[in-house]
Design a protein around this ligand. Structure first.
Ligand code: FES
Length: 164
């Protein structure tokens, strides 16, 4: 008798993926890959270890490499653990011309970390990203799903002060 393989993805994640898959024809389950990765990451404390990427591939009936390609292409998928708050500083041209270096330096000094590092208490991870399409309110950054725009070091301080 063959053994039933336990689900690696949680029931909540599977329900969300199933709901999302209803948007596509049954033979196009793979169209839900980005949403599936998003739900999985959210359910796993903000990052995607290899076994969960494989589980998403299995669930959608996709080759593992295809899921890895998506997960490694987009910066919104984290392949390493991140802090409770992921601070993504835009360093593309408009933000650069509007002083993002000053904002980034201020963040690094205040948090005592560099880009791609997490504070010792696990509260903040700092990352540089490409244009987040908010160029008219540069310099800007994103924390979670929220944009913070027209930044100054003082504004950054109040933003961080309010974070749990
Ligand atoms: S260059 Fe920073 S949001 Fe576009």
């Amino acid at each position: 008798m063959s053994e039933v393989k336990p689900h690696v993805l949680s029931e909540t994640v599977r329900a969300k993926i199933d709901h999302w898959m209803k948007r596509y024809p049954a033979e196009q389950k793979r169209s839900a890959v980005m949403a599936a990765l998003h739900f999985t990451q959210e359910d796993n404390g903000g990052w995607l270890p290899e076994h969960l990427l494989e589980a998403v591939a299995d669930y959608l009936g996709m080759p593992k490499i295809a899921v890895f390609e998506v997960a490694t292409f987009y910066t919104m998928y984290n392949l390493k653990p991140v802090g409770r708050h992921l601070i993504e500083v835009c360093t593309s041209i408009s933000c650069m011309l509007s002083g993002c270096d000053k904002i980034a330096d201020h963040l690094k000094k205040r948090l005592q970390i560099d880009f791609d590092e997490t504070t010792a208490d696990g509260k903040f991870t700092l990352r540089r990203v490409e244009c987040l399409a908010s160029c008219t309110t540069a310099p800007m950054l994103q924390i979670g799903k929220k944009y913070y725009e027209s930044l100054t070091p003082e504004k950054v301080n109040s933003i961080l002060d309010e974070m749990e």
